[in-house]
Design a protein around this ligand. Structure first.
Ligand code: FAD
Length: 413
């Protein structure tokens, strides 16, 4: 028997190696299953190589802290698309299984904040080298610079696995003659916001913690750190919001107002803090005492905007109206998102093959049982933190297991 895997990325390589290992475990000769990986680039795993800033955040412990631990409550918060299916799939191949797999294959791992898992070497090449080692050991045929752009190229294979990554710039499915109806429109997720505000952009490099972001009149709201960039806003809160609101933002053509509460506290609370400061520091200049522990340059930016002619006054001279304007700028700030960033920092595709068309216990397409879909090509995507690679490992393992089961159900040749 033979298996074609289209795409030499995370899911494709994991599928190929696990298929061989499952066959070996069954006691059969691995050579009786020919595995060919077609990769359009001149090297495999190019996205994994640059992932996690070159360190590859390969999975997550999924041990969610509670709100006070400022982490997540459930799977839906880390997989805005596909969380129900992912939960079921984890019964077959869980994040713990992935952790164990890497360690038993020679990749020592470490756990960082928010449960993020990295190789101890802090180098994605540790994982790439392990994949290359096992691919060579099991005689997996890797064809580089070999783009599959017609079904005729692979139709003689017993099994065809599509592991070609996000479908945003990929017309592979139409070439495979898979009907368009199985595709949920692919759009970007995990991107920064471009905002036209020269004062804000001048603060590029500043990070603020505990910021709440939301889109007016929607349910999309996130509290976390924000990084001000030379183009607008980025950082964990922005990336997460871009993921939760990926469809909303696409429909708004990435042009929509954004509400920002820079301190994540309500107006009353913030007003009381300024009034308290007024009593404690009556004779101090407002510019010099920053009541919300904001970065000093950011505090100056707020004052320049709301009390431009009164920057040198003392706290005792601050009027009620001015306090209200400062509080409003800090707690109810508004920006216009003009576009999204294109720098592919942690970019992932939202959309892809509709999960209702896939048997998630096998990763087979219901309409064509020879075809398997794994990894980012599926309509599953996560926020940052190792969640997207975990989908690649889990779906690839499930497909490998199914192909192995079918193979074993055939008499020994
Ligand atoms: C910069 C960056 C950093 C990231 N960091 C992280 C991280 O730290 N942790 C995390 O969990 N996720 C991260 N992600 C997301 C993660 O990389 C993807 O979710 C993951 O790589 C998906 O694996 P995949 O195998 O499905 O697709 P890919 O890794 O994209 O692999 C698909 C492969 O298929 C090939 N291909 C496509 N079409 C064809 C064709 N027609 N014929 C032959 N070959 C084809 C492509 O060249 C590619 O090599 C990051 C993404 C980016 C862009």
């Amino acid at each position: 028997m033979n298996t074609a895997i289209i795409g030499g990325g995370a899911a494709g390589l994991f599928l190929a190696i696990n298929l061989k290992e499952l066959i070996i475990k069954s006691g059969r000769n691995a050579k009786t299953m020919q595995v060919t990986v077609f990769e359009k680039n001149d090297k495999i795993l190019s996205k994994l190589e640059i992932s996690g800033g070159g360190r590859c955040n390969c999975t997550n412990t999924f041990e969610f802290a509670n709100k006070n631990g400022s982490f997540f409550d459930d799977l839906a918060q880390v997989y805005p698309r596909g969380h129900r299916s992912v939960k079921k799939m984890f019964h077959i191949f869980s994040p713990k299984d992935a952790f164990k797999w890497f360690e038993t294959h020679g990749v020592k791992l470490k756990i960082e904040d928010n449960g993020r898992v990295f190789p101890q070497s802090d180098d994605s090449h540790t994982i790439i080298n392990v994949f290359k080692h096992y691919a060579a050991l099991y005689d997996i045929d890797i064809r580089l610079n070999d783009s599959i752009n017609s079904l005729s190229r692979v139709e003689h294979f017993d099994f065809i696995c599509v592991a070609c990554g996000g479908l945003l710039h990929n017309n592979l499915l139409s070439l495979l003659k898979v009907e368009d109806s199985i595709i949920v429109k692919p759009i970007p997720s995990l991107f920064a916001f471009n905002v036209e505000d020269s004062g804000l952009r001048a603060l590029s490099g500043t990070t603020l913690n505990g910021v709440t972001l939301m889109f007016p009149k929607t349910k999309f709201k996130v509290s976390d750190s924000v990084l001000i960039t030379h183009k607008g806003l980025s950082g964990p809160a922005v990336l997460r919001l871009s993921s939760y609101a990926a469809v909303f933002l696409n429909e708004a053509n990435y042009n929509t107002p954004l509400l920002v509460n820079w301190i994540g506290r309500n107006n009353e609370d913030a007003t009381a803090t300024v009034n308290h400061c007024k009593i404690l520091h009556a004779n101090k200049m407002i510019m010099n005492i920053n009541p919300f522990a904001l970065p000093q340059r950011f505090w100056e930016y707020i004052l320049v905007r709301v009390v431009p002619n009164r920057l040198n006054i003392r706290y005792k001279d601050l009027t009620e109206k001015e306090i209200s304007r400062i509080v409003d700028a800090v707690c109810n700030d508004k920006y216009l998102i003009k576009s999204r960033s294109n720098n592919k920092e942690e970019f992932v595709t939202c959309g892809g093959v509709d999960l209702s068309c896939i048997d998630i216990n096998t990763m087979r397409l219901k309409a064509d049982k020879r075809l398997f879909f794994v990894g980012e090509a599926l309509n599953i995507d996560g926020i940052t933190g190792g969640y997207n690679f975990q989908v690649a490992w889990t779906t690839a393992f499930i497909a490998a297991q199914e192909i192995c089961n079918i193979y074993l159900s055939n008499p020994v040749q």
